[in-house]
Design a protein around this ligand. Structure first.
Ligand code: NAD
Length: 494
């Protein structure tokens, strides 16, 4: 069938007899506003389903339900019990992996195979925290023979979690895993562009967690996100999104001195040294910038190539960009789907304009892909700018699309200076066969993650987060559990 027909059938299959309402205190509920908005399939720009447009009153209800859960049996669970419950939930989710992958693909335009991989990744992160949960411990502090001093790690209580739309379930799992493992109850506010999988995973927790342990409130950032960020009843806030929104969230949270974890944007450099395996470097960078249609917080969006290998790198990189099969996310051959929303489309194409205006050389893409099939969806070609100066807007601001910028360097110090000349510090990459150089660069780059001869793979045990404007705190490692607990020191006179 046509892309329209395929998607109409898939939307029907994915949404029939399903509710995508808020999930509060173990049940599906409409927003108190009685209003809804539509989540759109970006490949065909058709509505998928109606989503509650929640406001402050809905957030109040969800926070109250979470508080009740903490005060109830959930508050008395042991780490081992929570580990078992998490594992049970994960098994249920895994039985629904196909359904979750289809929902994610329709909601944000990911190729279905990629969506499958990401659902599996999300489950892996949850599994990691189900396991790590059992290793939680405090310390004993040696003082004197007539005192016993020890620490307890206690859950904060109610965690507010706000997530973006680019990796909806993976990024939610980074928060839900440690927050629940540590014994908190959660109110999750998914992005308005990707409400579907969060709703289903909460519904699928129904027979596992006590009611109120996991709540989902949908709605726009200012209407549902801001009241959650500023809520007196929220004891810990974890936000992933743009840096400017992060500022706002931190300011709002300041009123109640609520601790925040912020995972924000990036403008990550990738350094290609002259001795690098060029084929591998091209593949690595192309994978990093074009996966998920460039909508990755850690996308290596600034390539700095040594002048000796620049021309060869560019030739091969353009080839890699043009090899992408752009199209229907539900078709197996597709390697790149549309951007996730109209706003994204306008933002990305706007940045392509600024690149041209600022004098960068367009060497690939820059346009909508050809073909009638794709004329409705928010598709863009993989785009490559060469001769990019680090002062240009395409090099300084987060484009969040499949747009690579290429710049050259001649000396190591120069490469590091350009790489670090950014307000962000989420990630960086290095391609070289020289181990000394690789480790030296890893130390000199101002970034929370440095990948050497690889890029972008987050691992369950490896902390992930940003330097500078890219955030506060870390997710993913064992350390992340600490961000969802507070330490109590107990002094005992013997
Ligand atoms: P966004 O900041 O617009 O929105 C993120 C979430 O915040 C959404 O749920 C939104 O509804 C909510 N929100 C918006 N305004 C709010 C407010 N005033 N108060 C409370 N909540 C509010 O970001 P986005 O466009 O959805 O996501 C893309 C951004 O996320 C990019 O900058 C990307 O780099 C970043 N990101 C970072 C990471 C990371 O781990 N560092 C991972 C993925 C994405």
């Amino acid at each position: 069938g046509t892309i329209e027909e395929n998607h109409r059938e898939a939307i029907e299959r994915a949404t029939t007899d399903r509710s995508f309402a808020n999930w509060i205190d173990g049940e599906s509920v409409a927003a108190t506003t009685d209003e809804t908005f539509e989540t759109i399939d970006p490949a065909v720009t058709d509505p998928i389903t109606a989503i509650p447009r929640s406001g402050e009153a809905d957030v109040d209800k969800a926070v109250a339900a979470a508080r009740d859960a903490i005060d109830g049996e959930w508050g008395d669970t042991t780490a081992a019990e929570r580990s078992r419950l998490l594992q049970e939930w994960i098994e249920t989710l895994r039985e629904h992996a196909d359904e979750l992958a289809l929902l994610e693909s329709l909601d944000v335009g990911k190729p279905l195979g990629h969506a499958h991989g990401e659902i599996e990744k999300a489950l892996e992160f949850l599994e990691y925290y189900a396991a790590v949960s059992r290793g939680q411990e405090g310390v004993q502090v040696p003082v004197s023979t007539d005192a016993h001093v020890y620490t307890r790690q206690e859950p904060y209580g109610v965690v507010g979690a706000i997530v973006p739309w680019n990796f909806p379930l993976v990024l939610a799992s980074w928060k839900l895993g440690p927050a629940l493992a540590a014994g908190n109850a959660v109110v999750l506010k998914p992005a308005e562009d990707s409400p579907l999988t969060a709703t289903r995973v909460a519904q699928l927790s129904k027979d596992v967690f006590p009611d109120g342990v996991l709540n989902v409130v949908h709605g726009y950032g200012e209407e549902a996100g801001a009241p959650l960020a500023g809520h007196d009843g929220v004891d810990k806030l974890s936000f992933t999104g743009e840096d400017v929104t992060g500022e706002e969230v931190m300011r709002t949270a300041a009123d109640s001195i609520t601790p925040v974890t912020l995972e924000l944007g990036g403008k990550s450099p990738f350094l290609v040294f002259p001795d690098a395996d060029l084929d591998a470097a091209v593949e690595t960078v192309a994978g990093g910038i074009f996966y998920n249609t460039g909508q990755s917080c850690d996308a290596p969006s600034r390539v700095l190539v040594h002048e000796d290998v620049h021309d060869e790198f560019v030739d091969r990189f353009v080839e890699a960009a043009e090899a992408h099969v752009i199209g229907d996310p539900l078709v197996e051959e597709t390697t790149m789907g549309p951007l996730a929303s109209q706003a994204q489309y306008e933002k990305v194409t706007g940045y392509v304009e600024t690149g041209l205006d600022d004098g960068a050389t367009l060497v690939a893409g820059g346009d909508r892909p050809a073909g009638d099939e794709l004329e409705d969806g928010w598709f863009v070609e993989p785009t490559v700018f060469d001769d990019v100066d680090n002062e240009m807007r395409v090099a300084r601001e987060e484009v969040f699309g499949p747009v690579e910028t290429i710049n050259t360097f001649s000396e190591y110090e120069e490469a590091i200076t350009i790489a670090n000349d950014t307000p962000y510090g989420l990630a960086a990459g290095v391609a070289t066969e020289n181990t000394d150089l690789a480790h030296r660069a890893a130390a000199d780059l101002e970034a929370g993650s440095v990948w050497i001869n690889t890029y972008g793979s987050t691992v369950t045990g490896g902390p992930f987060g940003g330097y500078k404007r890219s955030g506060i705190g870390r997710e993913c490692g064992k350390d992340a559990l600490e961000y969802y607990t507070q330490t109590k020191t107990v002094n005992v006179e013997l």
